[in-house]
Each structure stands twice: as C-alpha cells, then as structure tokens.
Design a protein around this ligand. Sequence first.
Ligand SMILES: Nc1ncnc2c1ncn2[C@@H]1O[C@H](COP(=O)(O)OP(=O)(O)OP(=O)(O)O)[C@@H](O)[C@H]1O
Length: 825
Amino acid sequence: MARQTSTASVDGTEKSISSSGGVYQPILAELTDDPFAPPGALQLTDGRPRSPLSQALTIFYKRALVARRSWLTPLLAVLIAVCGSCIPLVFLSGQDTTCATQFENEIVIPLYFPDSPIYLPALGPGTQILESPPNIIATLGTTSSFLQTENIPDNATFVSTINQDYLNLTFGGISIDLQTGDSLFAWEASPPGLTGPTMMNLVTNILYNRALNQSGNVASTPNLIYANYAAFPHLAAGTLVDLKWVAFFGAAMAVFPAFFSLYVSRERRSAVQAMQLSNGLSDPVGLWIGHLLWDSIFSVILATIIVIVFAATTNQFTGLGFFWVVLVLYGIVGALFAYCVSLFMSSPLSSFAAVAGYQIVMYTLYLGGYLLTLTYAMTSQSGTIITIIHFTLSMLSPVASVMRAAFVSVNLFSLLCDGTTPVTTTLLADIMRYGSPILYLSVYGPVLFGILIWADSGSILTRRFLDTNGHQVRMDEPQANFEANRQDVAAEARAVASSNDALRLLHLTKTFEGNKVVDDVSYGVSRDTIFAMLGPNGAGKTTTFNMIRGDIIPDRGDVFIKGTSVLTSPRIARLSLGVCPQFTAIDSQLTVREHLLIYGRLKGLNRGNELKTNIEALMIATSLHMYADRLASQLSGGNQRKLSLAIALIGNPSVVLIDEFSTGIDAKMKRDMWSTLRNVAVGKAIVITTHSMEEASALANKVGIISKQLLAVGSIDDLISRYATYQVHFSCPTREDVTRAQVLMSRIPGSRLADDVATRFEVPVHEGSGLTLAQLFHILSSQGDFQEYSVEKATLESVFLKVIRENNVMEEDNSPGRRRGFRLW
Ligand SMILES: Nc1ncnc2c1ncn2[C@@H]1O[C@H](COP(=O)(O)OP(=O)(O)OP(=O)(O)O)[C@@H](O)[C@H]1O
C-alpha cells in the first residue's frame, strides 16, 4: 500500500532546483512495494478501454449518486406532469365520447303554423295572415281553419299592403299568382326569429299541395309537412369542456422536460463534462446515453402514473396503451431536446427558461392554430388545414405530438371518428391518430441525439473526414527558421523525431483566423519528467495543451502519446492521458471518494478490490483521505486542485497534463501541493503550464519557453548556464556609485545590465567564457571597493526574461473576446 510521509514537504522545493528528478527518490521510496514499479512510484492500476454503453452505465450511476442529495428536480418534473394531467380531469367528467352529432339544446319547436308556439299567444289585432288568392290557406284543411286571415286580390296589392301596414302585421302573409306561379311571402323578422321559418313552412305546404293537385295526385286530406326547429349546438360549446383539460395537460407537458436541462447544463458549464471527456469518458455517446437512461426513468414513471390515473378515474380516454407509448417517447425526446438547448445556454436557469419558453410558445401556437381554424376557416377546409398545422408544427417541437395524442385520446375535434362512426381499435395506430405522434417522436429522438453527439465530438468527426496525410510532415524535417541561438530547440526537434518519449509533440502548428498562435513546436517528455511550459500571456500554451488533449486539431504536425497518434487514434491515445484543467471541474453533489469511483470506472478499473485499492492509494498520496466522504464542493481550493490531480492520475495514465496547478492558492498550501505532485510524478511524463517561475523551478526538471514558437528548451541548469550564469548586484547609495559599478562591469567580457535594476549585471561564467568565478570575485574585490555586493547564480526567471527579450516577444493583452479556459466546444 502506498504511503506518503509527512517529511515529503517544503524542503524538497529547494532540492529540486538544482536537480533533475533524482531528489524525489528518497521521498517516494515508501510509496510502493511493487518490485517491478519504478523506485518510489505510486502503485496504480492501468486503465482499460470501456464500451460507450458501459460508460453510459457509469454516468447513470453518477446521476443516481447525485440524486441522493439533489432529488428535488426529478421530483418536480414528475409532479408537474402528473398534477397538470390528472387534476384537470374534473373538466372531463360526464363528457360523451360518441361520434353521433350531439345537440346541446334538445328542445324541438314545431313550425307548422297552427302548432307553432308563436301563434297562440299572439291572437289579437294584427295577427291575421295576408293571403292571395283568397282562402288559399284553407286548402290545407281543417288544421288551418282557425288561422285568422285577410284576403288580398293579387301580388301587387299584397306588396303594397305589406309596404303600408307592416308596422301592424304580426306575422306577414303569402301571395301566389295562380297564372304565372310567382310566389311571394312576407314575415315579421324580429327576434327570436321563428316567424320566418313558420311562414316558410306554411308556404311550402301550400305549394306542395298545389303541386300534388296539379299532378293529379289528389289526396283526400292534404299532405302536410310538419317541420320542426331546433338550434344547432354551438360548435365550441361541447369542445371547450375538453379543451380545459387539454390546456392544462399541454402546459404541464410543455414545461416538465425543462427540468431535464438543469443537471446537464450545470455539468457542462462547470466544465465537468469536459473533465470527464478528457479523463476516461472516451466517447460522448456514453455521456449522453447515461444521462438519457437516467432521465427516461422519470418519463416512464410519470407516463405510467398518468395512464393509471386516467384509466382508474374516467372512461373518457380511448387508446390509453398508445397514449402511454406517446408519453414515454415524449419524455425521452423532451429530455434530448432539453440537452440540445443546454449546449447553447450559459447557465442552468437560462437552459430551463429557454426549453420551457419555447415549448410553451409552440404549444400555444398549436392549440391556437386548431381553434382559429375551426373558428374562421371554411368548414369544408378546416380538416385539411388542421392536418397541415399538425404535421408542420410537429416538426418544430415535440410538444405538438403529445398535444395531438391528447386530442385523439379524448376524441377532441372528432379525431376518433370516421364520419359519424367511431374508429375501430385497429385504426387507433393510424397516421391521423396515434400513429403520427409516435412516428414523429421516433424520428425526433435519433435526430436530437445525433445533434448532441455531433456537437460534442465535432473534433473527432472532423478528424474522421480530415485527410490527415496531407497535413503530415516528415518527422525528421529540419526546422529551417531556427536561429543560431536556438540550437537547443533544433536539437530537441531532431531528438524527439526518433525518441521513445511517453509524450512527443512533432511540429505542432495552429492558426486561428489567420493568426498563427502555435508555430512548429516540437518537444518530448519522457517518463519521470515534469516539463514546465512557460510563456507570456497569449503565447499559445493552452492551445498547445489542447492539441495534446486532442481537443484542437493541429493544422500541421501531430502528438504521440506512448507512440499513439492523438490525431488519428484519439480514443486510444487518451487512455494514457490524464488532465488536470486550469479551472477545477467537480460535481458539487459528489464526495471525494465518489468522484474517484466514477472516474475510476470511466477509465475501466474493475469494481471491487481493484477500484477500492486505487482510490485509497490516490487519496493517501494526495492527502485527501481525511476528506474522503466530504462533498467536493466543501473542500478548500487547494484540496479541490488535489482532487483534480487525483482524478487525472486514476487509471495510471503515462502522460498527465496540468494547467496552472497552484494558481490562486496560498503559499503554504501551494508548497503542500507541489510536494503532492512530486510524490505522484514518478514514472510519468507530466506537462505543467504556469506563470510562476517559482513553481516551475520547484517542480520541473525540463523547461520549454514558448511564444508561438519554442524559444528555448532544456533543464533549468542547462538554460541558466546557456543564457546567464551569474548575477552581480551592487548596493549603490549614490549616483556616483552606480556609475562606478557600470564602469567596473564594462571591463568584464560578456557582462551586461540585467533587465530590472540598473545595478544588477549578468555575467557569463562557464567553460569557454574565459572567466571563472574566482576571477570574477577577484575583479570585484580588487578593483571595485564596493561596500556591499552579491554574486548569485541566475534564476529561471532571469533566463525567461532574457529569452523573451532576445526574441522580441510582446505579451498579449487579455482582450475580452479571447477564447480562454479549459472547455473548448
Ligand atoms: N479558439 C480560438 N479562436 C481564435 N483565437 C484563439 C482561440 N484560442 C486561442 N486563441 C488565440 O491564440 C493565442 C494563444 O492563446 P493561448 O490561450 O493558447 O495562450 P496562453 O499561452 O495559454 O495564454 P495565457 O498564459 O494567458 O493562458 C491568443 O492570441 C488567443 O487569443
């Protein structure tokens, strides 16, 4: 079992400045008892490839762990869907689902004049019916004999009488020209408007019997048409009752999938997804299937509850089996839709608002489209228009499909009718009924899933289509533009072309919008090496880092991790890669142990003893074991960075990338973290980016100074001896003393003023410089007569400044538009 001793702390910092890694050995000797492991190495099991489906189960398990502490969101989703569907059922009770035309008002009013209710109460002055020719009403027989009539001679008199007396006439009259057959009738048209139809019935009967007489079909008693009047039902009157339920149901359906966007959006925005994709989750298919599996549970639960409640409480629904299928499919598609929206939103809340808002708008459009069509469109065309609305809006939002299923289930708009006949059960799956929602949702799901995978593996897909051969260079190609003082860089490029380093960068080049940000960078990092990538702001460190991770595709060149190309085989290469990003990306609802459990599973460690042993070893090595069951969000900043390091290390990757490991951490914690990193570094190739020369000096045994190009590379001692070996600093109280110091130093060959202070000088003291340290002291003491001065070996910082100055590097200002940070897509 690996053990960390408490003596592995601050003093190692100084030792590592003058050493190339060997100092770690005594500290780490206790960490492993594996005879085959490198001396002092932390004993960890190598990760194994896992299928996307098996990784999906790990993401599913993670969601279950998170849900133990954060159960409100799924509960709310289920509650809103169930309550919004079931409580409004009260509006449905007692509705008849038959296809027969239903009259709201069953009262039938007789129109045959003698029976008509308008006649009897109206007896009195003005109630006589004008008739021409005289007594023509009497041809209708005894039933009409008691009607009061007024004889009119002809049509012309009839018209003039009406014109003059219409204010005094209660009913009107009838006039038929027996010669020509011209018929007139007049009626009083004030509401309730029954006089018109009554008079029409009277005229009809007279003309009918005249026609019978003329055709010789004379009957003993007149044939009478007893017409009746009943009001048409108001079209929406019956419909609106069901619409109340549909309105609540649709609103609940529109909103509940928005809850599915909350977790994935938080996971994405806090860079946890990127962390997973860089540390074991080799394929976004696993990520999204895992989330979908989890959220689908709630869709199945709510669909089942809703259908059971419907079946138990009312007989208003038809085809509940199909309805259940639609609800489940809708839940799945709604979740995928919410995931897709979360890709573009900046926070969980905005994702929620965007999903719910869009769905509500589409639901309103869909419902409004139906109602407007029924209200304003020609009756003969309304069916076609509704069908067009349905099939069009269903393409734009999944909520249209579930609305259609709801309409069908309660036979709204007679969708379950074929004329006046109810459709049979076999026709329920018809495209005009449950068929189209099921079809649309079945197509919608894979399309949305495809969008998710495309968005998250854009670089991988691009890589597939990329003709990488065209971008390759010969790996031994000399870098033509090296200047004389970059022989170290040229030598590194030559060496790495054929080395077997765990990490090899070969001629990496990247241009963004015409701006070359990484230019022909080559270096190698072998095992047991911590390589510090140094450079001013905007130098291309993060871009290089991301090309190593395989998240940015180089325009030219390649990266090899344990001999596997990141460009052509990213999934295999990433198996040997661990990434500790600049910004800590942790799940706030998981403990330290649970984090390592999830990442260990993603990296293919076997459940049980193997996983447990690796987790314990890592927690001890990073001093996190005392916080094992604490929520990661409750750790200090330094311990969160350590957790990120432990995540990067689980699965024992050969290459570990660490971006700005201790930025923003206090001095004590920083040294503690450096100690931790040194403890776990044995046997690995580690690349760190940092702006802290102190950190690089404390940790690195190889340094690369980069500003688009690699400007210098080598061990810290190499660089110091190459660029400036010693510094002389005079204490000069007066201006004369400053001048004296400068005159004295100008006599020493190769001496030059340092950048920062006018009394600090760099002096080359090395083999071939013609000057020894003893000679330097001799000159200073014999010719200077200075009260106080110091001679010290140059630091990495002075080398860095010198390299930057010599290459005329400008530091980039941090303009707000720059793309920064860990997450890329
Ligand atoms: N996706 C991108 N699109 C356009 N320009 C980009 C993109 N990513 C990085 N850059 C540009 O590339 C240059 C190098 O950026 P990079 O982040 O790699 O530098 P850096 O050395 O990591 O800087 P710092 O030390 O400030 O983190 C910058 O000018 C930056 O604006």
